[in-house]
Design a protein around this ligand. Structure first.
Ligand SMILES: Nc1ncnc2c1ncn2[C@@H]1O[C@H](COP(=O)(O)OP(=O)(O)OP(=O)(O)O)[C@@H](O)[C@H]1O
Ligand SMILES: O=P(O)(O)OC[C@H]1O[C@H](OP(=O)(O)OP(=O)(O)O)[C@H](O)[C@@H]1O
Ligand SMILES: [Mg+2]
Length: 330
């Protein structure tokens, strides 16, 4: 880490440089008003956030991001939960998973040849392993790049007699190639598994993963970095709040007699600008997207003269829940 022009130590934000997560990750930051500006040239793996001083963007592969968050070389990053759980021996002690991002969805699964018609569950693997030993004199081989997830899951399921064959790519090809009998790999559509005549075991789901915004507990969190953190997470929270809620405005009845507190309580709504000052006038509420119609109905029922609902782009608030959660752990 090198001091920025102003001498401040930057917050290092690690962003996928390639692969499936890249486009979605920059779109996610863009929605939050955080525009990534890559340094000159496509091969420059550093950049900045436009208009947010004190942040250095590093473009890395998804697995490298997990490693840098673990070591503390990066403060914040976007990567798959699968890589976090595979790479970090102590997830809770090393990072805080701040929020799932709704993209990069994939499932880590145990898959066996479709031809093994009697093998449906993890418990059947023990029998297969025993047969392998007696018939072929060797252990059942599992091809994977998820070595740690595999070991943990197999141990939980009581399957012990196997050997891992580390795979660096095209894992699903291992059984046909003869380098392993079964695989542990990530799948989204299932197309690759089918194409390789493999099936997922009934209880063979190891982890449902998606991209997450992750913070390192091991990175040096000085005052400069905490300030940058509040700005970045404040914008992300404002976008998330705006996306998941609706603003509901109502013209109160002339009489002013309306029990807003009760209505708000019943419909998970809040009054972000407080209760109305006078008896008459307009109030602004905010509620989850799914509560809109019930809330609007309740307001009309209670005498509101008009109710309008709208989406907003950003909803900033004094509290910064993502930042507070992280800062409380540092
Ligand atoms: N169908 C999918 N297959 C693989 N990964 C997926 C899929 N869908 C989402 N992902 C997520 O994307 C992450 C990175 O996968 P991707 O293949 O895009 O990166 P990569 O550039 O190959 O990374 P690396 O070179 O470090 O393996 C996965 O670990 C997972 O979290
Ligand atoms: O269930 P599906 O939708 O078919 O997707 C799963 C496949 O995609 C990934 O490979 P990727 O394309 O990332 O290649 P890689 O193994 O080189 O990373 C993954 O390793 C699977 O092979
Ligand atoms: Mg890949």
């Amino acid at each position: 880490m090198t001091p920025s022009d102003s001498g401040a130590m930057p917050l290092i934000l690690a962003v996928p440089s390639k692969g499936r997560l890249q486009e979605n990750a920059s779109a996610f930051f863009g929605r939050a008003g955080l525009r990534l500006a890559q340094g000159a040239g496509a091969r420059d793996y550093r950049g900045k956030l436009v208009g947010v001083p004190g942040v250095e963007v590093r473009y890395l592969s998804a697995s490298e991001i997990a490693a840098q968050l673990a070591s503390g070389a990066a403060h914040l990053g976007v990567t798959g939960e699968d890589l976090i759980r595979e790479t970090l021996p102590d997830v809770r002690g090393q990072v805080e998973l701040l929020t799932p991002l709704g993209f990069g969805n994939a499932t880590v699964v145990v898959a066996v040849p479709q031809a093994w018609i009697d093998v449906r569950a993890m418990s059947d693997l023990d029998e297969v392993a025993a047969l392998m030993r007696t018939r072929h004199g060797r252990r059942l081989r599992v091809a994977t790049k998820y070595v740690n997830l595999t070991r943990r899951f197999f141990a939980e399921k009581g399957v012990a007699d196997y050997r891992i064959v580390e795979s660096l790519g095209a894992t699903e090809g291992a059984p046909a190639a003869g380098s392993a009998e079964i695989v542990v790999d990530i799948t989204t559509t299932g197309a690759t598994l089918s194409a390789n005549a493999l099936k997922v075991l009934d209880d063979g789901i190891i982890l449902r993963s998606e991209a997450n915004l992750v913070a390192s507990l091991k990175a040096p969190w000085g005052e400069d970095q905490r300030t940058a953190l509040r700005t970045v997470l404040g914008r992300i929270a404002a976008e998330e709040r705006a996306r998941t809620t609706r603003e509901v405005r109502a013209a109160l009845p002339e009489s002013g007699a309306i029990d807003l507190a009760t209505i708000a309580g019943l419909h998970e709504a809040e009054l972000p600008y407080g209760a109305p000052r006078g008896g008459d006038g307009e109030i602004v509420m905010r509620c989850p997207e799914g509560a809109v119609f019930a809330l609007a109905g309740a307001l009309v029922e209670a005498g509101a003269r008009a109710v309008t609902v709208r989406r907003v782009d950003y909803a900033f608030a004094a509290e910064n829940p993502l930042a507070e959660r992280l800062l409380a752990r540092l």
